[in-house]
Design a protein. Structure first.
Length: 416
């Protein structure tokens, strides 16, 4: 869960910091979903920890899905005033009591433009009492969370379009930055950078390649006649032949030779794949390690985009996706490989999160950016009703997909 928490915090911090720089009020920064476990208010933002470790969010003022509770007529609240008789706190929760608070049954309220609240004071329905509300007043929601109100000038839609686009993209940008930082650390932790070449290192134990006569430093240039110019092509050919005898063409000291071997059949994500006990060779130079964050991120990015394209253009399977259960299971496997395994998995997962969030599905950052582009073309924003409907449809699709993926992960990792 630490890995998942780092990903969520880094991603949402991108949205948070860009929103703040754009003059947008960030009402809440949440890690996790569901019921609130803990919250702390700092400045104008409430930081919350929620029960379900299924992601997180930054709740910006005025967004379609900001989740703001509406104060409807008839709602009982308690008001706290300053010395100028201006409301500074509105309590809608039974969990909190305000010192010297004024009980009020709401008849009307505007916390966006005119900044007022009015109603029957102390149950006296003979007269409606109206109070001005401070621009930075706090509202205590029914679950006890304290949030600053969101006047129109600090709402998301009040920011220039360019700033809103940057805010929507900032989470993905932070995921790329996290991947670069972690891959750089990984380069120094493991003493070098894995190269995407056909030059291999042979594992010391349980290695089919070592038993067959392959040595560290050899280049595997072909498998069964299929050229393997880089590590990715080599891995594909080996994994495609579990338990089948293959012929590997080896280049050593300028000379070529053919070696026959049978990859072991290992099960990964419910599929049989071939393995021969080799790893990518390491470039141990300082330059390679210092630049590893950029080079490895680029290599993994192109690999992930290629895999995504293959999934979209070919046969789609839920086994190609993984939810929280798969992340938990894979994190456990990575942890067994030590610090290097955890770092590699964290960076890889951060890139996955960046790419997935850029998919133009409503509810994801990519979907929001599409709406921004449409606004730029039309020279006016999409209507709030349309944006709400599109967002709800996207959210429903994501929830259904999450349920299907989670159940598939449970079957794959725990019921088989």
């Amino acid at each position: 869960m630490i890995v998942f928490g780092i990903l969520v915090i880094f991603h949402e911090f991108g949205h948070y910091i860009m929103a703040k720089r754009s003059g947008i009020l960030v009402c809440e920064f949440s890690v996790g979903m569901g019921p609130k476990v803990f919250y702390h208010r700092s400045g104008s933002t409430t930081f919350t920890l929620r029960l379900l470790p299924l992601g997180g969010y930054v709740r910006m003022a005025g967004e379609v899905d900001d989740g703001e509770e509406e104060l409807k007529p008839g709602t009982p609240v308690t008001l706290q005033l300053n010395d100028s008789e201006v409301v500074t706190r509105i309590n809608t929760s039974n969990k909190h009591s305000l010192f010297q608070g004024i009980p009020l049954t709401v008849t009307g309220v505007d916390l966006a433009r005119d900044l007022y609240i009015e109603g029957y004071e102390n149950g006296d329905e003979s007269a409606v009492k109206r109070y001005s509300v401070d621009h930075d007043a706090v509202i205590i929601e029914t679950d006890g969370t304290e949030l600053q109100i969101a006047p129109e000038d600090v709402q998301f839609q009040s920011a220039p379009l360019g700033r809103r686009m940057l805010t929507n993209f900032a989470g993905v940008f932070n995921n790329f930055i996290l991947a670069i930082i972690v891959y750089t650390l990984l380069g120094f932790v493991q003493g070098g950078v894995q190269t995407n070449t056909n030059k291999v290192d042979v594992m010391q134990s349980n290695s089919v390649a070592r038993s067959a006569g392959i040595k560290s430093g050899d280049r595997i240039v072909a498998i069964n006649g299929h050229k393997t110019a880089d590590w990715n092509k080599l891995a594909v050919q080996i994994q495609a032949n579990p338990g089948k005898r293959v012929t590997a063409k080896i280049s050593r000291d300028g000379k070529s030779k053919s070696i026959q071997l049978t990859p072991k059949a290992n099960v990964q994500n419910g599929k049989k794949v071939g393995m021969i006990g080799i790893t990518q060779s390491l470039d141990t130079s300082f330059k390679a390690k210092a630049l590893s964050g950029f080079t490895t991120t680029w290599t993994m990015l192109t690999t992930l985009l290629g895999a995504l394209w293959s999934m979209v253009s070919g046969h789609f399977s839920l086994n190609d996706l993984g939810g929280p259960v798969a992340i938990f299971a894979t994190t456990s496997q990575a942890a067994s490989m030590g610090l290097a395994g955890v770092l590699n998995f964290l960076a890889w997962l951060s890139l996955n999160l960046a790419i997935i969030n850029l998919i133009p599905i409503p509810g994801l950052d990519g979907g929001k950016l599409v709406l921004n582009i449409i606004e730029a073309i039309r020279r006016k924003p999409v209507s709030q009703r349309t944006e709400t409907i599109v967002t709800l449809i996207g959210f429903a699709f994501l929830m259904i997909l999450m349920i299907l993926v989670t159940w598939n992960d449970i079957e794959r990792y725990f019921l088989h």
